[in-house]
Design a protein around this ligand. Sequence first.
Ligand code: PAF
Length: 283
Amino acid sequence: MSRPDVVDSVAELRARIRDWRRDGQRIALVPTMGALHDGHLSLIKIALERADRCVVSIFVNPTQFAPSEDLDKYPRQVARDLDMLTMAKADLAFTPDVNEMYPPGFATKISVGGPSAGLETDFRPTFFDGVATVVAKLLLQAAPDFAIFGEKDYQQLCVVKQLCRDLDLPVEIIGAPTIRDAHGLAMSSRNAYLDEAELQTARQFNLILRKAATALAAGAGQEETIAEASRALIVAGFQKVDYVEARESLTLAPWRHDRMGRVLAAAWLGKTRLIDNVDVSTA
Ligand code: PAF
């Protein structure tokens, strides 16, 4: 199995992609912050079903972390990541450093409205500005035909789609289903922070959200159902629930029963914050 080439400058990235384009090849980008797991591998698989070449960016983006968050602690394991990319048959890894992405004097911030309102933004007010800024840069640097984002970060996926629509970025954004362990826990690089007892609790997260989504789909009252899900998370062992909310699937506006819906939640287990979401119609 051949290892993917690794480039760490925008100039090299563009040169590689220019060569592929000259041969008429289609390019997919999978943006990541590294610490790759099966969820990322599923994104690469989808990328390679659509495109001839898959570029994976690995960049722990400082602008999406608040000063109080886990930027320093965020798992970094590039050698292992490259092994995973070899297995997944990715063609190229783009591993810029902070200076390459944000050189001295960098002074631009992209702020997306619409689906960024509420949910994560209530608790991480600068998060989506950081995500939108880095994703816009990556999309302009690689200029791919497709970019793949996991539905695990559902609000992020909606924000990225809005960004591309509003700025006429010529890329198709593809949402990929969440990959879960045998107990329903969504794969996340932050699961690495959980001890055994926390892992047991974390595995109830999706079950509780699915129960709420099933109740909503069957016509149960929204307020009671959401309150019950929050209570159930605390009973399961989560220390704090940031939010449990039902939103419209496409716009993330408050959900009404005649619309496609999504239940989204964030909750704390010790020092680890987990997020997950489920579809109301298929729960
Ligand atoms: O989902 C992530 O890993 C990050 O938010 C992303 C999209 C790579 C931007 O840094």
